[in-house]
Structure formats: structure tokens, C-alpha cells
Design a protein around this ligand. Sequence first.
Ligand code: FES
Ligand code: FES
Length: 173
Amino acid sequence: MAKIELDVTINDEKFHRDAIDEDLKLVDFLRDEVGLTGTKFCCGIAVCRVCTVAIRRVPGGHEEAIRSCTTPLSDVNGKIVTTVEGLDKDGELHPLQKSFLENFAFQCGYSAPGFLMASYCLLDRLRRSPVPKADVDDAIQDAVGQHVCRCTGYVRYHRAIRQVILATPGLTV
Ligand code: FES
Ligand code: FES
């Protein structure tokens, strides 16, 4: 297997490996190499989206939701990754995390990190390109409509994300 020299920023921390398998999947690097087990693994074939994390391809670029179970390390070399562990700031939960709690959005919680990271990317998109209030439900559906929650918390997830979008200035017009 081909090895690469890896430099990647994860949750504001820089990680370097002199030689690592370029095909190693990001989810395995996060969980097994770095110890960030908040990112979950389920189908492994890019369907359920529980493994979703955010990536910026350039500093200041937009946050893109990617499925870490099928993303090889070679794709994230030099990039900036945010996982669910990177959402809180100074001990304060992210508004999405608070809203998920307030709305009892999850049950077992297995799908929650994926929903959080996809909706985190949605907030970034809306900040750059706000939508009319009437289009918020469609935007949420676009962002998380393909995420699988085996506890079927879809309505509550949707409600929690909606609450944050409508309460955050600048995301809607
Ligand atoms: S584990 Fe199911 S999409 Fe990645
Ligand atoms: S909360 Fe259990 S899978 Fe979604």
C-alpha cells in the first residue's frame, strides 16, 4: 500500500504523520489514530451518514459535509477537518448541540454526530447565502434528509435545526 506524508488540521490541532497508508479511511484515522470516537461508523458504504464530518479545503473556505467512512486520508491531506468534538467553544456547547438537547432530538445518540456536523455545514452555507424563511425547511431537508436515524428521531432533529436557524441573525432574509 502506498504511503503518504500527512498533515491535517483537526479541531484546530495539527496532526502530522511521516508515512501513513494513503487509503486509510478518515473515520479510522479519527477513531483509532487520534482517539476522536465521537464520529461514528455504521454502514461503511456512504449511505447512512453517521460518519459525517466537516472539511474546509482552504482556510476560510466553506464547510463541506463529507462521509468519513469512504474518504481516504489522501483526500484530506492539507485540509481542515472539524468533528463533533470541535463544536463546543470554551466549555460552551454549540447552539445546535443545545437545541438537540432541548428538543430531545436523539435517543441512543448514534446518529447525532452526523446530524450535528451536516447541520453545522448548513449554518455555514446559510451564513454565506441566506435563504427566505419559507425555504428553511427545504434547506434542512437538503442537508440532513438522507441521514439515517434508526431511532427515527427525524422530526425532532428537523425541529431542533430549524429553531437554531430561525434564532440566528443573518441566516434568513
Ligand atoms: S458509516 Fe454509513 S455513511 Fe459512513
Ligand atoms: S438517535 Fe439512535 S440512531 Fe438516531
